[in-house]
Structure formats: C-alpha cells, structure tokens
Ligand binder design. Structure first.
Ligand code: SAM
Length: 230
C-alpha cells in the first residue's frame, strides 16, 4: 500500500503517460503506477547511493525491471528529452524541487505535466512555474501523521490564469484558497501561531533596523493570511 501522500500524487498521473519519478528513494510511486496499469513504463531517478540501491531492490523484488528503469543521477539529468510525459518530484522542500526543475529545464521540453509535492515552501514552486511557462492546473492538500502536504499540478499554458491576487496566490495556492480544505486551515493557523510567537520575541528584542524590518514582514504575512483563511 502506498502512503496517502503518494497516493494523492499518483491520482494526478494521466493514464498511459510515461512517468519519471525524481528523488524516488524506494521507487514506491513508480512501482505502484506501473502495477496498477496507470502507466506503461517509468524511470526512477535517485542521486544518493543508498536510496538508489533501495529503488533497484524494490523494482527487482516486484519483478518490474523490464518496465521501470532505475537511474542514478542528479535531478532531471537522468532523462533524455522526449522519454517521459509526466514528471513527479515528491517529499522534498519546495526550494529543492524548484532548483531541480531549473537545473534540468532543457529535459522538460516534451514533458506534458509536472506533479510536485513539496514538504515546505510551495511558494518557491509556484514562483518557478509561473516564471517558466507552466500553468498551475490543480492543487491538493493531504494530512498524514500530523503532517500536512501540498500537491501542485502544472501543464504548459497561461501562467497567470489561476491567480487572482498574485501575492496571496503564490503563498497560499489559488485553488486551495478557493476550496479551503480542512488541512489548509490547519496548516495556515499553525503557521500564524508560529509567526505570532516569533513576532512577540522580536518585539521584545533590541529595536534595530533589522528587527523593525522583520516585524513589518511578519505583520504583513499575518495580515495577508488572516485576510484569506476563514
Ligand atoms: N519521492 C519519495 C517520497 O516522496 O516518498 C522519496 C522522498 S525522500 C524524502 C527524497 C529523496 O530525494 C531522497 O532519497 C534523496 O536522496 C532524493 N534527492 C534529493 N535531491 C535529489 C536530486 N537532486 N536528484 C535526485 N534525487 C534527489
């Protein structure tokens, strides 16, 4: 069985698309997608030796070596142009996911869809997508073991289409903002509690220019989120 988090990622894989899962670790996602007939073939990319071996072991154990290639390398460098139709990158920070996309841009030329699951900082991904011709087409949020995960889905298109207020949308997610699922409220209430705690601390500290700036930034973020989260 796949974790709820990875199942939520898998839900956005279009049937019949060739898949690359980057930072695959145990290759659970590609194994699941192939075994369930969602995709005809897959590539699992891993940069670290241990997880790379785990991925190879898992694919062999499931008898899928003919249809899943496990490749060792940094980000999208394990792919050739036109080899896959959908790329998943899950379980990392948003800034790392954005840097993998940025460094491997040329490999995305024929890719139709990106499914990205940042553990933190989804804003980095939304910003990258918008700057690189990818239109955000769906978002989801799942809660598992007290952790809250975001899933972002993008295809090439009109980068500004989903956004109303850009600042709010990039931080909170335009689809999530509209739907406000339960984990969304929980996540941002948690964040705000955290920001307010930090704010109180800085307000007690020395009133230098740096702290004044930090206070203003935090107050602005709190106002922004309070204005959106119901
Ligand atoms: N994608 C799986 C999931 O969501 O359960 C595994 C997540 S695991 C926390 C992150 C994996 O990404 C690690 O195995 C790590 O080695 C790999 N990774 C990190 N940076 C990478 C990069 N630049 N290229 C390929 N893999 C990378």
């Amino acid at each position: 069985r796949l974790s709820q988090r990875l199942e939520a990622v898998a839900n956005y894989i279009p049937k019949g698309y060739r898949l690359a899962d980057i930072g695959s670790d145990h290759a659970y996602l590609p194994c699941y997608a192939v075994k369930n007939g969602m995709v005809p073939s897959a590539i699992a990319g891993e940069v670290v030796e241990g997880p790379y071996q785990s991925a190879k072991g898992q694919v062999a154990e499931e008898g899928l070596t003919d249809v899943i290639a496990v490749r060792k390398g940094d980000g999208l460098e394990v792919l050739s142009v036109g080899e896959v139709d959908v790329v998943t990158i899950a379980g990392m920070g948003g800034a790392l996911i954005a840097s993998i996309l940025e460094n491997g841009k040329t490999k995305l030329e024929k890719v139709q869809r990106l499914i990205l699951q940042p553990n933190i900082s989804a804003i980095s991904i939304r910003t990258w997508l918008r700057n690189n011709g990818w239109e955000l087409i769906a978002e989801n949020m799942v809660e598992e073991d007290e952790k809250i995960y975001e899933i972002l889905v993008a295809e090439r298109g009109e980068v500004d289409k989903p956004y109303g207020n850009l600042q709010e949308g990039l931080l909170l997610g335009p689809f999530l903002m509209k739907e406000q699922p339960a984990p969304f409220k929980k996540k941002w209430q948690r964040e705000m509690t955290n920001w307010k705690r930090i704010l109180t601390q800085i307000e007690k500290a020395e009133k230098n220019a740096e702290n004044v700036k930090k206070i203003e930034e935090l107050q602005q973020k709190i106002r922004l989120v309070e204005g959106v989260v119901k």
